[in-house]
Design a binder for this molecule. Structure first.
Ligand SMILES: Cc1ncc(C[n+]2csc(CCOP(=O)(O)OP(=O)(O)O)c2C)c(N)n1
Ligand SMILES: [Mg+2]
Length: 348
């Protein structure tokens, strides 16, 4: 009861859908902030980390239009997408920290995280590399009449990759339950989109292949969600689609990139297009109090602190398991690393 009192600064009606979208976006933002800290402290596995801060509406808007049983692939900046599809932050954080309690027992890390149970067919470090898998998943769903769709998430850099066009062509030709989602954060590493292509109306390319193609401004998560809902509804009945969500990559390409290729003024302007704060402002306009939203933020902060504690207190996978789960289930036990090294050295 006290919560309800706190929730409304006046008697205005609450848009609980927006509140839910806000909560989800705040979870993504806070998760990414914690991951950034993990990296700076040298506690993440691998040397690269790509944060999706500024892109939360694409992940949350599209994922909230998906259903249980749907599958998806992501690019190298996919933490927010997996979290929005129901990933457990503890297991994600442990995976990024390279611990055996992680989704892939610490052997996938940030850029190769996957979980078939939640429909995550895999993150992929190759630009465009995860896209064709959704065509296969879409074909399987169509033939098996499962009613599921498969969604490929990728960046604007993949718009210049041939594999996208082969995949869009097949999805359209075979009327597959597939959605292609381009998160257009304006940059492919240090190259701005208008330095990479003349054709910046990205959805027009999809229309040319016979897909439903739409571009939306990612500032407003509700617009993203509504558009994605239409596209997923159509995809589910065999009309594949393409959605480009425009946003701004708030920080460098990877955690160590200080973005010397763009001006500070541009970054200040770009960060004003903050989908999390935009949603927060709109909720407040509907009469929800700042204080109530602060309580939501605090509980999310606590949740992500626990994820960090879980990851740090977990063990790395034992050396003896190095090749386990890497090959198919019927592969023979891999040769112990030291025996293999000795054999190679003996040969030289
Ligand atoms: C096929 C291929 N080419 C180049 C790279 C190096 N690379 C890694 S990320 C990246 C930029 C990708 O930009 P975008 O697709 O827009 O995704 P973003 O990083 O902006 O999320 C590049 C060129 C790669 N991983 N794969
Ligand atoms: Mg990009």
């Amino acid at each position: 009861m006290t919560e309800i009192k706190l929730k409304h600064a006046n008697d205005a009606r609450t848009n609980s859908r927006l509140e839910d979208l806000y909560r989800q976006m705040r979870r993504v933002r806070t998760f990414e902030e914690r991951v950034g800290e993990l990296f700076v402290r040298g506690q993440s596995a691998g040397s690269m980390l790509h944060l999706s801060i500024g892109e939360e509406s694409a992940a949350v808007g599209v994922c909230s239009a998906m259903k249980e049983g749907d599958s998806f692939t992501t690019h190298h900046r996919g933490h927010g997408i997996f979290l929005s599809r129901g990933a457990n932050p503890n297991l994600m954080m442990a995976e990024i920290a390279g611990k055996e309690t992680g989704y892939c027992k610490g052997k996938g890390g940030s850029m190769h995280i996957a979980d078939m149970g939640l429909g995550h067919l895999g993150a992929n470090a190759i630009v465009g590399g995860g896209i064709p898998a959704v065509v296969g998943a879409g074909l399987a769903a169509k033939r098996g009449k499962t009613g599921a769709i498969s969604v490929a998430f990728f960046g604007d850099g993949a718009m210049q990759q041939g594999i996208l066009y082969e995949s869009m062509n097949m999805a359209a030709l075979w009327d597959l339950p597939v959605l292609f989602v381009c998160i257009n954060n304006q940059y492919g590493m240090g190259t701005r989109i208008d330095q990479a292509t003349k054709a910046t109306n990205l959805h027009e390319r999809a229309i040319a292949f016979g897909l439903n193609g739409i571009s939306v401004d990612g500032l407003n998560v509700e617009t993203v969600q509504e558009t994605a809902q239409k596209l997923t509804d159509d995809a589910r009945v065999g009309k594949p689609g393409f959605l480009a969500v425009s946003c701004y990559r708030f920080f460098g390409h990877a955690r160590m990139d200080k973005s010397p290729y763009r001006s500070e003024e541009e970054e200040v302007e770009g960060r004003k297009r903050d989908p999390v704060l935009f949603a927060r402002d709109n909720i407040i306009k509907e009469g929800v109090s700042n204080e109530f939203l602060d309580i939501i933020d605090q509980s999310i902060s606590d949740e992500m602190d626990s994820a960090i504690d879980f990851a740090i207190s977990s063990n790395p996978p034992p050396l003896s398991s190095m090749f386990r789960d890497v090959y198919g289930p019927n592969e023979p036990e891999p040769e112990p690393v030291q025996t293999r090294i000795n054999r190679i050295l003996a040969r030289e």
